[in-house]
Design a protein. Structure first.
Length: 158
């Protein structure tokens, strides 16, 4: 056997074929400052695996983004509230939106508790506003990004 043939045979050992990556998923875990990346070479199969992984670590991640490798364009967003639902940018921003409630109590409540200021609360869904309404509340102002968007006064309609 020729030594050059032996070298060729040694260099042509079994190599595991790796398909080129088409996309990658960035997952930001709550206990980690840097997002973890997962490469995807087959959209159907690999994406389902990664989505199953996201479902298994539910509650431990704060966001995930699916990006194209070559351009960096974003295919989908994932948010813990919506689970594995693939979101576009508009729906993703809705999930990140928070509302500031400024609850103004009645004068009787202020006299009983000695507080002359209103109460501030942060909510992520407008349906949560109703749980802050009771007989001691005079008015609730709802702010989004420091702009007044709604005001409930008098009898709250449910």
């Amino acid at each position: 056997m020729n030594t050059s043939n032996a070298k060729e045979m040694a260099s042509t050992k079994k190599r595991k074929y790796k398909a080129p990556s088409v996309a990658y998923l960035q997952i930001k875990f709550k206990n980690n400052s840097k997002p973890n990346g997962f490469k995807i070479s087959n959209f159907g199969k690999d994406l389902k695996k990664i989505e199953r992984y996201l479902a298994s670590v539910e509650g431990k991640w704060s966001w995930a983004i699916l990006r194209q490798v070559k351009t960096g364009n974003i295919y989908h967003y994932y948010h813990p509230k919506t689970g594995l639902q693939r979101l576009d940018l508009k729906d993703y921003k809705k999930q990140l939106t928070s509302y500031s409630l400024y609850i103004i109590p009645t004068q009787q409540y202020k006299n009983r508790h000695g507080s002359q200021k209103g109460i501030s609360k942060r909510v992520y869904d407008l349906n949560e506003v109703t749980k802050y309404w009771n007989k001691d509340v005079l008015r609730i102002d709802i702010y989004q990004e420091k702009k007044l968007i709604n005001r409930y006064q008098g009898r709250f309609l449910m």
